[in-house]
Design a binder for this molecule. Sequence first.
Ligand code: F6P
Length: 363
Amino acid sequence: MKKKRSIAILTGGGDCPGTNAVIRAVAKKAIIELGIEVIGIEDGFEGLIHRRWRKLHYEDVSGILTIGGTILGTSNKSDPYKCAVEKGKTLRFRNVSKTVIANLKKLGVKCLVCIGGDGTLFIANRFHKDGVPVVAVPKTIDNDLRGTDITFGFDTAVSIATEAVDRVHTTAQSHHRVMIVEVMGRTAGWIALYSGVAGGGDIILIPEIPYNIESVVGKVKDRNRMGKRFSIVVVSEGAKPKGGEVVIQKIVKNSPEQVRLGGISFVLGHQIEQITGIETRQVVLGHLQRGGSPTPTDRVLATRLGTKAVELIEARQFGYMAAVKGNDIVAVKLEETAKGPRNVPLEHPLIVAARSVGTCFGD
Ligand code: F6P
């Protein structure tokens, strides 16, 4: 009997709202329209190294549209080209990509669908160059991937961050305090910019615009003089002072990208309080921004991207990802994502608009 055609799907990097919606879209379209078998790889590339996978039946991907996280599990520590192996206290890196390629051959899949951020897509592109048929869907709450106008997960993160900014207004106003909300985003300020504008933050600090503490406290003092006895600051975890450094929360040694940012709001809060004498508090949103159900916008985007990925497979457009250009979903070469993070342009229309309603960017 002829073996049924099959594809494999994996999710790599940090979890992101909408990932299950992409898995569902890919698997349902493949099963319903093409009669293809779908294999779910567990925990990103780790599953391909250690042969951990399972068949995804229609029922497995039904009812997961609104659920956060990924039903397949994920990992941001498993690069087969640079696989960390602990030997006592020393950490060595080995290239086990040939094992992965052999495992995929044994599995007999027509294509590997990779859903991931820059790290996962970089690895996906290496496998493509090594002869593995790969298509991808870009994923990150940070919205910092090149080749696509927007990534799924971003809208959800912005909604959560905006709600937090809205909620700290209560305490800021009632107690006449400065309240700082620290958001994620790595080296890009998209989440801070969008949630800061949406939540009416008085000061928005992003990595792309190194800040001057005098300018920040100047804004707080100006507001006080105008009778506004509170201020809201939205700061990106990757923000840094002019001539200064980012605040590192943790180094994860066995991860290809080892630096985890976090804690800038404590440094900033201390300085603002010292200089202005106004009580200053901070909230670090952290992984709350990645948790829970995706927004309707992200569910729709994830569905469009997932179904496009299957179209790419059918068209044998390997080495490409499904991406957003304006209102369209298009095919973009995976190589695009390797050109470094997509940062907020200094003349971005939202920065211009925010400045014209009096928002301070600390410069
Ligand atoms: O890339 C998504 C992201 O949430 C970043 O905003 C953040 O810097 C990083 O991942 C945190 O990674 P981890 O979950 O490994 O701490």
